[in-house]
Design a protein around this ligand. Sequence first.
Ligand SMILES: [Zn+2]
Length: 481
Amino acid sequence: MGKNWGRGALLALAAVLTLSACSGKGEGPGADENKTSEGNVAGLPVTHFESGLKDDAPAPNLNVKNATDSVEDKIAIASIADVSDYWTQEMPVHFGQQFEPVKQLQSYDPTTDREEVCGASLKEAAMNAFFCPPEDLVAWDRKQLLPLLNEEFGPMAIVTVLGHEFGHAVQYRLAEKAGMTKNTSTLVKEQQADCFTGGYFRWMAEEKSKYFRVSTSEGINQVLASLYMIRDQAGQSAKDKSAHGTAFDRTFAFQLGFEKGAKECAGINQQNVDARITERPFDKQDKGEGDTKIDMKAIGHLQESLDKAFGNAGAQPPKIVDEGGSCPGGPATPPASYCPDTNTVSIDLQGLNAIGRTGDRKAEFEGEDPGGLGDFAAFAEVASRYTQGIQKGVGASIDNANAGLRTSCLVGAWAAESNKPGANLRLSSGDLDEAIAELLQPKSVIAADVNGKQVENGFERVESLRRGYLEGSGVCTQNYG
Ligand SMILES: [Zn+2]
């Protein structure tokens, strides 16, 4: 168990997921205006352009206490005006009532503000943003939180956080229409607020916003990266009163809202959350945050686990060999490559251990390199190469975008399948989040074809892994045939 990072435990910071930040700022392949690529994001085309405030965005007409003219406050205030527009349009359509604007808005600096707001001191609310029902107030830390979000991930990370807080304001307004009672758990409220945020981003991606434009690849990646960052610590129980959800759970809720809209979000309740939530405490046998050293003994357990999961696939199982991580004369996607000529997965143990070390969450919060993502990040890379052999063995394509999605889907299916009592390799708390963090890395091959060509958008990568995990391997061939 880790430290409690402050009231509301909303936010933490990471330098882990760099892909969104660099592409969002106009570097790399995402910089071309109006470029689209293969795939679809919940029915929308995969677009690449710089996400953020529009050049012709109107000036928001809002009264914000202690607002500054900083870039971050400007984005925050525009996002409040924008998400208010969304709810003004959406609420009457889906819920038959008008959206009442949030009464109080406040920007604060926890290093200098000594005020008490909503019964808590702003000094204690560093790295946070919150909605306070009795005062109908949304407030945010402009000094530490917003600049870090903007620098690490890009402007859409700020919009995500404010969109989420407005999700709580909407819950308060909808009350029983959103299933809210005084007994509703934090986790259900959080899942619903993340889902509402997804609905809002869908609207923005459909170009209905006057203030922002968001691309469905690099722009939405900024959202996914920020949801990863604000995940609960591995080891937290979903039954804990302060549980907000794992990255797996939070991205699920966001994608649900993005795909199905606000009405669907209102149906989130304790029962359906309990049925799918992955957050759970460490088991007794979990040692050292649940991460094992990756040596040939661990790889032996991985081989056993994969052979078992794919034993009925009708393909010759590939053998995992310690041969440097690339194939002579074949694909090189180190630290793990699938070699079609020999039906082997060539690995580099040192490279895998660099990925597999337990991440330093404190460094992550400070915007520094956490040093590793955890053992399951590395196992998932190897597993993804193993599934190339299985896919090839059954006659499926292994060198296109569909193969990339099928691969991450099969990694998800294996993760669920491996998680059986008595197995030598089982998922520990936090493992799925390690896979999600790794999946979003620029060099990851978890959602890549045999040559290491990644699926270009994070949304589909995360979605395919989750579908495999929740629905099993059948869905992988059906959906990504
Ligand atoms: Zn919240």
